[in-house]
Design a protein around this ligand. Structure first.
Ligand SMILES: Cc1cc2nc3c(=O)[nH]c(=O)nc-3n(C[C@H](O)[C@H](O)[C@H](O)COP(=O)(O)O)c2cc1C
Length: 267
């Protein structure tokens, strides 16, 4: 059965999850949601099985993933699934948001949805886990993903998880996030440490960063994925004082070059 998995990622967790599921399913194309960002119109996947893999933001979907889902026509798919990665909670509300968007678009929602706990990357609020804690989380996520891929491979119908707490948190926080997200880059600054390598510009899934005079300039189409902050090789990018001393994070099974290349792929 041919499968296409669409993914959105900032620091690699969701791409690592997509790769893991793809390896288990076989005959799977992995396509970045970012590749569709500048186009409009309907997206009709040429596959019997369709997956969407993305992080949880404020107990909901990244803005770009939500807009993508609004364009996705799943009427031709036999099986649709989603895996959301998160740092602690809110996955059920994000999955239900996705299911609702898909149903509204084409009267056809998810057949299965899963939330997988991975290292949190919201560096504006907290430090990502490191060392043994990070490794433990990733090992547990790997085991979860293996089981999830098995269930997807069997075509299992899986009820979406439900959490009243996640619903409440989403109701309280997500609308504010969505209304402000693209301008959150106004908090971002670059220090003298910048070597003008352009990594930040190449890996930004929103294509939001331009190099001007050898320095990144953010153009207010930010998704707040935090990729530029985490993945700058010399940690020259900050979002205020809070991020200055905080450990950076990248999923170790995804390389920088892979993130850069993936974001540039054509649909
Ligand atoms: C803007 C933002 C908001 C986030 N909100 C949540 C959240 O509500 N709940 C949660 O558990 N993790 C949250 N996280 C953590 C990410 O969902 C988690 O680290 C995810 O695995 C990152 O995936 P990626 O590496 O593919 O970008 C948030 C991260 C960011 C950047």
């Amino acid at each position: 059965m041919r499968t296409v998995i669409y993914y959105f990622t900032g620091t690699g967790n969701s791409l690592a999850a997509a790769k893991k599921v793809a390896a288990s399913l076989g005959d799977t194309e992995i396509v970045p949601i970012a590749a569709f960002r500048d186009a409009t119109g309907e997206i009709s996947p040429d596959a019997e099985r369709v997956g969407i893999v993305c992080p949880v933001y404020f107990s909901g979907l990244p803005a770009m993933a939500a807009s993508f889902a609004e364009r996705l026509d799943l009427t031709g798919a036999d099986y649709a699934f989603s895996v959301v990665t998160h740092g602690g909670g809110g996955g059920s509300a994000a999955l239900r948001q996705l299911d609702g968007i898909l149903k509204e678009k084409a009267g056809r929602g998810l057949d299965a949805g899963f939330a997988v706990s991975m290292p949190g990357n919201y560096i504006l609020m907290y430090e990502s886990p490191a060392g043994e804690k990070r490794d433990g989380l990733l090992a547990a996520a790997d085991a979860d993903l293996e089981a999830i891929a098995g269930r997807i491979g069997q075509g299992e119908r899986v009820n979406l998880p439900n959490s009243p707490v996640a619903r409440l948190v989403k109701a309280l926080m997500y609308p504010r996030f969505r209304s402000r997200v693209h301008g959150e880059d106004r908090k971002f600054t670059v220090s003298e440490r910048c070597t003008s390598c352009g990594t930040c510009a190449r890996l930004c899934p929103a294509g939001n960063i331009e190099m001007v005079g050898g320095r990144p300039v953010w153009n207010h189409r930010c998704e707040l994925c935090c990729g530029c902050i985490h993945l700058c090789p010399v940690e020259a990018i900050q979002a205020g004082k809070a991020t200055e001393g905080r450990q950076r994070y990248r999923n170790p099974s995804v390389g920088i070059a892979e993130l850069e290349r993936r974001q540039e792929d054509e649909p």
